[in-house]
Unconditional design. Structure first.
Length: 306
């Protein structure tokens, strides 16, 4: 690791937390210098095929905050954990994570599927969540007329799901694959390099992405047809901010949440403060400075930090 481990203002370490079925890997960034009063905790939850190393820029932007970021069950170094998967299972794993780091409550930041996990966690374990920062996710997406749930999931995930069946000769080959990805063509940086390198498991010349396809399939189905998320949305009682990317997973327009979809949710959930982040896509909203400055700002507001 480069950026994740060598920031001067924060100290990074990884630990394994016992959860149902085995050990969950968790990355923790903590202040190097003493701070006045208790150090606030932010629980940062990644997306459906991602890992915890999507968050080092958030840690750099918040040097006086402890960032606790797990590899979700079935991803990263938690990829051998068995099911059940789904939003309730991930939400319950997060309880074990907070207990392991000694946190009574946290601002929960979720990106993409991590935002859906955040919503369900706030519903199932409300006393552990002080507020939510949802990043291009968290509000249910329904398939258009004539499209079933499976087709809708495939349309959204696209190449992300195909990648999980591929093998790569070495880290350079995997980096070359990602450098061609539309989301990163003009925004490659050291964070992406670390994130991509960490995403490989196995041995050369047959390295594979660490994410379990079974986990992705189960979680995708839960997002499109599971009842836990819809119930969590209906019962939302925590302060929440939603930051939106104007471009999607392939740097395309329309984004994950077109305006027509947002208009419906604005009417139903006026308690969520929604705003769009300029000039980012679904990935770079957390993995580039243009996006993370807004995410960090929303976290500071949630923590009442100036």
């Amino acid at each position: 690791m480069n950026l994740a481990a060598t920031e001067l203002s924060t100290r990074y370490n990884a630990k394994d937390v016992e959860v149902d079925g085995g050990l969950l890997r968790v990355g923790v960034w903590e202040p190097v210098e003493p701070v006045d009063g208790p150090v606030p905790t932010v629980l940062a939850i990644h997306g459906i095929t991602a890992n915890h190393l999507c968050w080092p820029l958030l840690a750099r932007a918040l040097p006086n905050v402890r960032i606790v970021a797990p590899d979700l069950r079935g991803r990263g170094r938690s990829n051998t954990l068995p099911g059940p998967y789904g939003m309730p299972a991930h939400a319950d794993d997060m309880v074990q994570v907070l207990q392991a780091v000694g946190a009574d409550r946290a601002v929960v930041v979720g990106h993409s599927m991590g935002a859906f996990v955040s919503m369900v966690m706030a519903d199932r374990h409300p006393d552990l969540v002080s507020s939510l920062v949802l990043v291009d996710g968290g509000l249910p997406l329904r398939p258009p007329p004539g499209v079933d749930d499976e087709q809708f999931v495939q349309a959204i995930l696209g190449p992300a799901a195909q990648r999980l069946s591929m093998t790569f000769a070495d880290k350079a080959a995997y980096q070359a694959f990602w450098r061609k990805h539309p989301a990163f063509k003009r925004d490659w940086n050291e964070v992406v390099t670390d994130y991509v390198d960490y995403d490989l498991c196995g041995s050369e010349p047959e390295l594979r992405p660490c994410t379990s396809f079974d986990a992705v399939r189960a979680d995708s189905r839960d997002l499109s047809s599971g009842g836990a998320l819809l119930g969590a949305v209906e019962r939302l009682r925590h302060p929440a901010r939603l930051l939106l990317a104007p471009r999607g997973l392939l740097d395309e327009v329309p984004p994950l949440y077109p305006e027509a979809v947002l208009e419906n949710w604005r009417g139903r959930l006026p308690q969520i403060a929604m705003s769009t982040v300029t000039d980012v896509n679904h990935y770079t909203i957390v993995m580039h400075e243009r996006g993370i400055v807004r995410v960090a700002g929303a976290v500071r507001e949630s923590l009442n930090l100036t």
